[in-house]
Design a protein around this ligand. Structure first.
Ligand code: SF4
Ligand code: F3S
Ligand code: FES
Length: 241
């Protein structure tokens, strides 16, 4: 069957403003959106720009906005959408467009890094020759956060980032901090919690849950943020100050 895609195009070097191109693709209900984009690029317009690598929800590189929702193109099928109408493909919101669906992820990775006070070798309690044990329960607390593939779909969907406070470090950065703060092997936990309390940090999250809704790895992002807020309150502000 023929499926139509309306795709945002923008080359800042040539175009004054973004515009849309429509492409018709032969696809089945089970075709992935990424397959359709590949067909467009390989058979109709080789200048269409988007990122992809693994094709299986692992690398996190093909985050884009599909019918208004941040998603991985390799995880979504034609049948997930009303394919009797155009399927709208746009870049992730918030990030500057480099070309078409490719955005500049620098602000995302800067925020992820900002929650790390020290270099990796300085952060664990490992002593030479000693095994560092962790119980299954201790490890389970940050199991979810480890699944993060840094696709930025959550940050590009958070209403605080998009509308209220663009400087907010965003859900992915808080989730990454949660992964370390709850890891019993990490020694600079207090330092990490203090960094999260800086302006535009964890307290800028207003529990909108959008991050959890869109996460392609089904990580309970909001729950991890709330759990971290509770730990900060109990460890840094035990008397309510
Ligand atoms: Fe992507 Fe989910 Fe990680 Fe956010 S938390 S960056 S949506 S995998
Ligand atoms: Fe944004 Fe998620 Fe908090 S959508 S406001 S980071 S719960
Ligand atoms: Fe790697 Fe989609 S191409 S996650």
């Amino acid at each position: 069957m023929e499926v139509k895609f309306k795709i945002l195009r923008f080359d800042p070097k040539r175009d004054k403003a973004p515009h849309y191109n429509t492409f018709s693709v032969e696809a089945s209900l089970n075709s992935r959106i990424l397959d359709c984009l590949n067909k467009i690029r390989w058979e109709q317009d080789g200048s269409l720009a988007y990122r992809m690598s693994c094709g299986h929800g692992v690398c996190g590189s093909d985050g884009m906005t599909i019918n208004g929702v941040a998603s991985l193109a390799c995880q979504k099928l034609v049948k997930d959408y009303d394919h009797t109408n155009d399927i709208l493909i746009e870049p992730l919101q918030f990030f500057p467009i480099i070309k078409d669906l490719v955005v500049d992820m620098t602000p995302f990775f800067q925020r992820m890094k900002a929650t790390h006070p020290l270099s990796e070798e300085d952060v664990t309690k490992v002593e030479e020759g000693k095994e560092l044990k962790q119980t299954i329960e201790e490890r389970a607390i940050f199991d979810d956060a480890i699944k993060c593939i840094m696709c930025a779909c959550c940050t590009a969907s958070c209403p605080v980032v998009l509308k209220e406070e663009p400087e907010f470090i965003g859900p992915a950065a808080v989730l990454r901090a949660q992964r370390h703060i709850f890891d019993t092997r990490v020694k600079d936990v207090l330092e990490r919690m203090k960094i999260l309390e800086e302006p535009h940090g964890i307290w800028s999250c207003r529990t909108y849950f959008k991050c959890t809704e869109v996460c392609p790895k089904k990580i309970k992002v909001t729950e991890a943020i709330l759990q971290t807020k509770r730990k900060i309150l109990s460890e840094l502000h035990p008397t309510g100050t």
